[in-house]
Ligand binder design. Structure first.
Ligand SMILES: [Zn+2]
Length: 252
């Protein structure tokens, strides 16, 4: 058995039997990790109040070689995410952020880019950055870190820079190419959409917000990322479907 500790962000918590909880977290040092917090449902548990979704914590756990389930021994709250979860829209957004990590982060494989992305996005959201902007920034970056959707710097087909060229979606939503390289189903993207995908490489959320893209641009980024993500995962993220259905229900 090995005792380990790390910064972590809690992705998911569910009850196990009468007294325990299963926690899935994104740790900085060991990637995604699943562990059992024994007695966490008891009234005077040492975990009481610490196991909140998207909370940043300092966690210590015991690892057994043959078991994929670690034993969580202590959790110390570093930053609560309760400010994000005081309304329905915030709760939905929170589960959308966590869902990406459950899907794209690997167990026992540290990925500092993913950890910092989730950490900094939560930090910005708790400081009241625009939620729509944060969601678009986050989903585009997850796909970029996963190597599924690279930054639009040059056309992958002809190698020319995309900076001053008309850019659009190649066939089957696989990456962005220039107009000359697009086939029959090529469709152009708004200039500001391409610019947004370039800007997220250099600007953090606070900087982006100072010269925020229009809502039409954010909508186009969302649709594009959803298309790329679907084509990669071969299905839709469950939390994304829930968001679309819930918000459509509210607007009716
Ligand atoms: Zn080209």
């Amino acid at each position: 058995m090995q005792l380990r500790s790390s910064d972590a962000i809690i992705l998911d918590v569910f009850n196990l039997h009468d007294y325990d909880r299963i926690v899935t977290m994104l740790t900085r040092s060991h990637g995604k990790k699943k562990g059992v917090a024994r007695g966490a449902r008891r009234k005077y548990s040492r975990f009481a109040g610490q196991l909140q979704p998207l909370a940043k914590v300092s966690v210590t756990w015991l690892e057994k070689e043959q078991s994929e389930l670690a034993r969580v021994s202590s959790v110390e709250l570093e930053r609560s995410a309760s400010g994000l979860q005081s309304d329905l829209e915030g709760i939905l957004l929170g589960s959308y952020l966590a869902d990406h990590m459950l899907e794209f982060a690997q167990e026992n494989e540290p990925n500092d880019h993913l950890f910092r992305l989730l950490d900094s996005t939560l930090e910005a959201l708790l400081a009241d950055v625009d939620r729509g902007l944060a969601a678009r920034y986050y989903e585009a970056w997850v796909l970029r870190i996963a190597g599924v959707f690279p930054a639009p710097s040059e056309c992958p087909a002809c190698g020319r820079g995309l900076e001053k060229r008309e850019v659009g979606v190649a066939e089957r939503g696989e990456g962005l190419v220039c107009r000359d390289c697009g086939s029959g189903s090529w469709r152009p993207l708004g200039r500001e959409t391409v610019e947004f995908l370039m800007r997220i490489g250099d600007e953090n959320l606070m900087m982006l917000q100072q010269r925020s893209p229009t809502n039409a641009t954010l909508d186009e980024v969302e649709a594009l990322c959803a298309e790329v993500r679907r084509s990669f995962l071969q299905r839709e993220l469950k939390s994304y479907r829930v968001i679309r259905e819930t918000l459509a229900g509210i607007q009716e």
